[in-house]
Design a protein around this ligand. Structure first.
Ligand code: ATP
Ligand code: MG
Length: 403
């Protein structure tokens, strides 16, 4: 059975009033980008629906890609046939057979958008239903709660049949709500925070801090691999890799041990904010979850957040670890995150970081060093990689000359 098109139903977008057009055209753009390996495909968006015309392309290969695109409520592969009852019966039977197992129930739901078709709705239901029953042993009709619902839509240009509904990723199309910088470590939390932010329609660029030789190439590769997983939801992702060794060592030498962690986080935030500014992002995103570790108490957040007025999105703030792990498994980042390579923060973590740091104190300790200069150097030496998503993700390395 060869599908001719896929019918896509919008999720939350359809409640967007006057902005609706902006959202639907963003979704169309994202679908085209996700299916760029299939040149025969074309996409047309209308007010309530979007149609993916498959041409000669294989619908079964396209389905898993659609399942990762935010802004889709559900979608159904559709077969188009001539306005001929025999053709409709045959195509209907083939569709039902695709998901049929003995004992299953079905029903036919016909709709006549074109009233010139010689059979009425009930007659179509009857003709198609009885043809399928005659040709399928073990199948019965259930009009109230069928396992398989065969939709038949008669239009002027042809007849459309569908029987399967795939759930979409819901949310809003990536890029429809602006851009933010995700502070991406190699841990479990921050990739999940990135995923949830993208789901709200935000385009993400990732910022990662590494401290060679204390952190290895493998630790860096882990973050590239995590970004690749995230890029499956957005088509591509930029990853900014910031050299952080000098700053960490300076903090280690100059700031009292129980305040090094607070100071490190403040420097990270300052740098991420500068990179955000250069790339015209509107917010920062972290994987912080309230109370999870010393740096994630409200007192710590206040002392760290002190360095910027930029909105910081913390999508995990009220989640517990098991909920976060659940999502990490679903988006396939979990097994990469648990690989045991060192992170720049864990290496310099003091045995007893302050859980209730005072921002006045950390400001005072930092005042003896020209951190601004070190920050500018780090930003200047930042390396930017663009990672393209999809089944065969590729990586393109470029030193960003904006920096
Ligand atoms: P994660 O699992 O995301 O590493 P975590 O629970 O281990 O989070 P922390 O290590 O305290 O928590 O980090 C808190 C947040 O700070 C992270 O979620 C991430 O957003 C950011 N962060 C930590 N380390 C780095 C890093 N090396 N590069 C970029 N961001 C980082
Ligand atoms: Mg971490």
């Amino acid at each position: 059975m060869k599908y001719n098109r896929i019918l896509v139903r919008y999720g939350e977008i359809s409640t967007k009033g006057r902005n609706r057009k902006k959202f639907t055209s963003k979704l169309r753009e994202n679908i085209i980008q996700a299916l760029k390996d299939y040149p025969g495909v074309s996409v047309s968006a209308s007010r309530d629906r979007l149609h993916i015309l498959l041409g000669e392309e294989n619908g079964d290969e396209i389905i898993p890609r659609l399942q990762k695109i935010f802004g889709i409520q559900s979608f159904s592969p559709v077969v188009k046939v001539e306005r001929d009852i025999e053709e409709i019966c045959k195509a209907g039977a083939a569709l039902v057979h695709k998901s049929f197992e003995p004992g299953k129930t079905f029903k036919v739901s016909a709709r006549r958008a074109d009233k010139h078709f010689p059979l009425e709705t009930n007659e179509i239901n009857y003709e198609v239903g009885s043809y399928i029953l005659r040709n399928t042993e073990g199948l019965t009709v259930d009009v109230k709660n069928p396992d398989i619902n065969l939709n038949v839509e008669v239009r002027k240009e042809g007849v459309y049949l569908s029987s399967e509904i795939y759930p979409g990723s819901t949310g809003m199309p990536v890029g429809a709500s602006g851009k933010a910088m995700l502070m991406l470590s190699g841990g479990i939390d921050s990739p999940v925070a990135g995923y949830l932010t993208m789901k709200r329609g935000v385009e993400i660029e990732a910022v990662h801090f590494h401290s060679p030789p204390f952190t290895s190439e493998r630790a860096k590769q882990k973050v590239i691999d995590l970004s690749k997983k995230l890029s499956a939801f957005s088509g591509s992702i930029k990853l900014h890799i910031v050299p952080f060794t000098k700053i960490q060592q300076t903090i280690h030498d100059q700031v009292p041990e129980n305040y090094t962690m607070t100071s490190t986080r403040r420097m990270m935030l300052k740098i991420a904010d500068k990179i955000r500014e250069q790339h015209e992002g509107l917010a920062l995103v972290t994987g912080e979850s309230l109370g999870q570790v010393a740096s994630q108490t409200l007192e710590s957040m206040q002392a760290i957040n002190d360095v910027t007025n930029t909105p910081i999105l913390r999508p995990l703030v009220a989640m517990d670890k098991l909920e976060i792990i659940d999502i990490a498994q679903k988006i396939d980042t979990h097994d990469i995150s648990i690989l045991p390579y060192e992170d720049c923060c864990t290496i310099f973590t003091p045995p007893a970081p302050k859980t209730r740091p005072k921002k006045e104190k950390v400001q005072y300790y930092e005042s003896f060093v020209d951190f601004e200069q070190l920050i500018l150097e780090s930003v200047k030496e930042t390396e930017t990689i663009t990672i393209h998503g999809g089944a065969d993700s590729s990586i393109e390395e470029s030193f960003d000359d904006l920096l």
